[in-house]
Design a protein around this ligand. Structure first.
Ligand SMILES: [Zn+2]
Length: 251
């Protein structure tokens, strides 16, 4: 074990309520590009297509969004050892909760129960009306789409339907934000994985814990905006570092 990793493990060894904060970087090893990462490209999707104003006003943007949505948005992406390590931490009784900026559902796919996850940017599974909020069954909407309804609207009010991913220009889901804040208040340490920690209000979650003087470990391939307030940053691949770190503190 490297010196830094051993030091991080020592800092976290006595923690009982670790909050894990994850960003796109935890999923790059699952084959999903990190559009804010060093590669800087979102190969399959255009970032503009996730701007709420454009979505609401431009039918062709919505048509493209549904064409991306069906079939499954993230294809056959599978959880990697970093996702599994977060689940291991939960199973060991040391995780207060996992706050994620990701919409790929890979924490759930790695066996982490939904009750342990706060999805700050929503998720790609649900479909809801932007006007009345009514949830719609994705299978039904997909069937309508397959049968030629290229811009499906709400059954109840005729409003525009949208994936429950949080778009640019949209407020974060209140319930998820409250859950994340509760966990931040209860946490005695935080580990941030695969995030540049530059997007707010999400980044307030690790910042709040760190500002109390509690241990703050960052696992990221590149420098982050919060390196200066962290206990330390472990540089490298999350899928290699996190399993070793979690193994060292749960053994
Ligand atoms: Zn509606």
């Amino acid at each position: 074990m490297s010196q830094d990793l051993a030091y991080a493990a020592r800092l976290l060894l006595d923690a009982k309520r670790i909050l894990v904060f994850t960003g796109a970087g935890i999923s790059t090893e699952s084959g999903l590009p990190d559009f804010r990462g060093t590669e800087g490209v979102w190969t399959k999707f255009s970032q503009e297509d996730f701007e709420l104003d454009r979505y609401l006003t431009d039918r062709t943007v919505r048509m493209r969004a549904w064409a991306n949505r069906f079939p499954k948005m993230f294809g056959n992406a599978k959880p990697n050892p970093a996702h599994v390590a977060v689940t291991d931490l939960w199973n060991a009784g040391k995780l207060v909760g996992c706050v994620t900026q990701n919409i790929d559902g890979l924490h759930q796919a790695a066996g982490l129960p939904q009750e342990a996850i706060a999805e700050l940017h929503g998720n790609s599974d649900g479909i809801a009306c932007v006007q009345c909020g009514a949830a719609h069954d994705p299978k039904e909407i997909e069937e309508r789409w397959v049968n030629g309804d290229v811009d499906p609207h709400c059954d109840h009010c005729g409003g525009i339907l949208k994936s429950t991913i949080v778009f640019y220009g949209e407020v974060l889901p209140q319930g998820e934000l409250e859950l994340a804040s509760q966990w931040a208040a209860q946490a005695d340490a935080v580990v941030a994985v695969g995030s540049s920690l530059s997007v707010y209000p999400a980044a307030y979650i690790p910042l709040e814990i760190a500002s109390r003087g509690d241990t703050f470990v960052i696992v990221n391939a590149a420098p982050t905006d919060l390196d200066s307030v962290a206990s330390l940053r472990l540089e490298g691949l999350a899928g290699e570092i996190l399993p070793r770190l979690v193994g060292a503190i749960t053994a």
